[in-house]
Design a protein around this ligand. Structure first.
Ligand code: NCC
Length: 340
């Protein structure tokens, strides 16, 4: 898969699935934390940990498919996992940061409305753009920077003055929610770009990279489980409070995470951000249906801004210099993206 070219239709498919999953995930997660806690509220740390385990198993399945036989899978695992402690250590950096981010999402959505969360979380778009410039030596044209901020403005407008249309059954602390989002924004930008850098700087398969990351992800999130909820879990059980809705959230987090990795492989983190912005529009529509949220004029104009920003961001890509010039690395990587 490392050098396998993919069609534009496949990229579009992955972006669409990721976007749909992200939209559903946020609303469903909020639902499980507030409206439908069941017999008792589940431990969010166990959900984050279980997600890492499922992603590891799915990635092992994908690697088996890629290598073609169990024997080659074994060789690959021995080479890239057992005999590559340095690589494991390298991938433990984003896994720690993602573990923090994923836990922050639960904390934020326990304290803030899904719509407020979605709007504020979009600050990760300029944050990611900045990380890409600083960590990947990428440069954005003025038009692209403009569209990045236009996108932010668009998503903020999309859910301006959100209304909590449902009754929540837990105490909420908006301050805690906003601090959690701020941490998640920084984590998302940094971990996303770090993973992209590691992934694209070698021919190592995406599934190997994922496996390396999820192994440390399991260790780190298990540590989180122990530190945060250890005594309570010993008393109530690891899967206490798991309703079918909670299982659905874990399933979405797993599928969403894997699609995120494919999207980052074949496009980049900024494209991912643009696509996720479209998710906000979709999740608002879902909120209209599920929670009776009303669509306003600001939503309509924000949605339009999002669309224009997506269009504008795509425009300068046609001006990519063909000859390697002063920024040969970037030209090469853009041309690589065009050919895959
Ligand atoms: O915040 P975001 O992504 O950057 O988080 C990335 C998510 O993908 C997982 N991941 C990443 C790389 C990789 N190789 N494997 C992975 O499993 C990380 O563990 C992390 O969960 C976005 O751009 O807005 C997006 O948002 C998330 C999610 O909505 C928010 O983080 C919620 O707070 C989406 N995840 C899901 O829908 C499950 C993601 O698809 C897009």
């Amino acid at each position: 898969m490392a050098n396998e070219p993919v069609s534009a239709a496949f990229k579009l498919y992955c972006l669409s699935v990721m976007t749909l999953v992200a939209a559903t995930y946020t609303v469903a997660l909020r639902y499980t934390r507030t409206v439908s806690p069941g017999a008792g509220l589940y431990f969010s740390t166990t959900a984050v940990c279980t997600t890492e385990v499922i992603k590891l198993l799915l990635s092992l399945g994908m690697l088996t498919r890629e290598t073609g036989s169990l024997c080659r899978l074994r060789t690959s695992l021995v080479d890239h996992v057992l005999h590559s402690p340095k690589e494991l250590l390298k991938l433990s950096v984003p896994s720690v940061v993602y573990a923090v981010q994923n836990n922050m999402a639960f904390l934020a959505l326990s304290n803030l409305d899904a719509a407020v969360y979605q709007v504020t979380y979009q600050l990760k778009i300029p944050c990611t753009a900045l990380c890409m410039v600083l960590m990947l030596n990428r440069s954005l044209s003025r038009m692209q920077w403009f569209s990045v901020f236009m996108l932010c403005g668009g998503v903020i407008l999309v859910q301006w003055k959100p209304v909590e249309a449902t009754k929540v059954q837990i105490e909420q602390n908006p301050f805690v929610g906003f601090v959690a989002i701020a941490i998640a924004v920084i984590c998302s930008g940094f971990a996303g770009v770090y993973f992209e850098k590691v992934l694209k700087s070698s021919d190592t398969s995406l599934w190997v990279r994922n496996i390396q990351m999820y192994i440390s992800g399991i260790v780190v999130t298990l540590f989180g489980v122990y530190v945060t909820d250890g005594p309570q879990i010993l008393e109530k059980g690891f899967y206490f409070g798991y309703t079918p809705w909670v299982c659905f959230v874990v399933f979405l987090a797993s599928v969403g995470g894997l699609y995120t990795s494919i999207v980052v492989k074949y496009t980049d983190n900024i494209m991912k951000g643009f696509s996720a912005a479209a998710a906000i529009v979709l999740s608002t529509v879902a909120s209209v249906i599920l929670f009776g949220l009303k669509i306003t004029a600001t939503f309509a104009s924000g949605a339009m801004l999002v669309c224009v920003a997506i269009y504008l961001y795509g425009l300068p890509k046609q001006d990519t210099p063909r000859l390697p010039g002063k920024n040969a690395d970037e030209t090469e990587s853009k041309q690589k993206l065009i050919t895959v």
